[in-house]
Design a protein around this ligand. Structure first.
Ligand code: ADP
Ligand code: MG
Length: 258
């Protein structure tokens, strides 16, 4: 096995079982994610993107194949994994600081060190002035930033992001994708980002996977190399290679308006 590989899926297939019968969601997925890598996952709706994240999070087990984190088979949720969703799931009756400390509370890891780390994150990422505010006093973009800090507070190795910007308006999602990408790189985290926004995937990721329609298989992998000094996703969209990646991903996704 590759020593640096932090997340590995080896020939993973997953079938869901329900009263209506069996739904094959994923078939024969092979993926090796390197430490510090940012992976974008795109594919048609219902192709199994969320299912991949649920497998890595240990929320479900593969029907066949293996899911490994740092070389060990996943057998349930682990504090190595942080999950960020489209809804921020902030508790309205808790202040911002109380919200970001929640994960540590649940994991019984409140200590001087962990709370200092959390306060430091709030400070570094521009939320210190809002620590005693309540979620409803914040904009949608700021709330998602709080959700990210809450995820980072428990110090996970791998961040799973499931369409985290979908509920936001275009302007906010551009700015926030910029910030979130920046924060994740600065904190040296590995990330798997599911998105239906091709531009977002290209501008944020080191590698973009395109999934086929259900049962999802990896149709292609695109290593993204954009030129330019500035790593910000907004600036990277202006790189000359951007259009090329966009066109090939668009073709592969084979989007039809019906
Ligand atoms: P995506 O995130 O790409 O839209 P999902 O991973 O959520 O897709 O789902 C993949 C497929 O599996 C879909 O067809 C979905 O309807 C089905 N599915 C998801 N979760 C369940 C479940 N708990 N039981 C049965 N089928 C499911
Ligand atoms: Mg999904």
């Amino acid at each position: 096995m590759d020593q640096k590989s932090i997340v590995a899926l080896n020939n993973v297939s997953l079938n869901y079982h329900s009263l209506e019968g069996e739904t094959p969601a994923l078939r024969d997925i092979c993926l090796n994610v390197q430490r510090g890598e940012f992976i974008g996952i795109v594919g048609p709706s219902g192709c199994g993107k969320t299912t991949i994240l649920s497998l890595v999070a240990g929320l479900i087990k593969p029907t066949s194949g293996q899911v490994l984190i740092e070389g060990k088979e996943v057998d349930g949720p682990s504090s190595k994994i942080g999950y960020m969703l489209q809804q921020d799931h902030l508790f309205e009756w808790r202040t911002i600081r109380q919200n970001v400390l929640l994960g540590l509370e649940i994991q019984d890891k409140i200590s001087k060190e962990t709370t200092e780390h959390t306060d430091h994150l709030l400070e570094t990422y521009g939320l210190a002035d809002f620590r005693n505010h309540y979620p409803q006093q914040l904009s949608g973009g700021m709330r998602q930033r709080v959700a990210l800090i809450r995820t980072l507070a428990v110090n996970p190795e791998v961040l799973l992001l499931d369409e985290p910007f979908s509920a936001l308006d275009y302007q906010t999602r551009l700015a926030l994708s910029d910030e979130v990408g920046d924060i994740i790189r600065k904190e040296n985290k590995t990330a798997l980002l599911v998105t239906h926004d091709i531009s977002e995937a290209i501008s944020m990721s080191d590698r973009v996977l395109v999934l086929s329609k259900r049962p999802g298989t990896i149709k292609s992998t695109h290593k993204i190399e954009l030129s330019g000094e500035n790593r910000s996703p907004v600036e990277l969209r202006k790189a000359p290679e951007f259009r090329h990646y966009f066109n090939s991903l668009w073709k592969e996704l084979d989007v039809h308006v019906s």
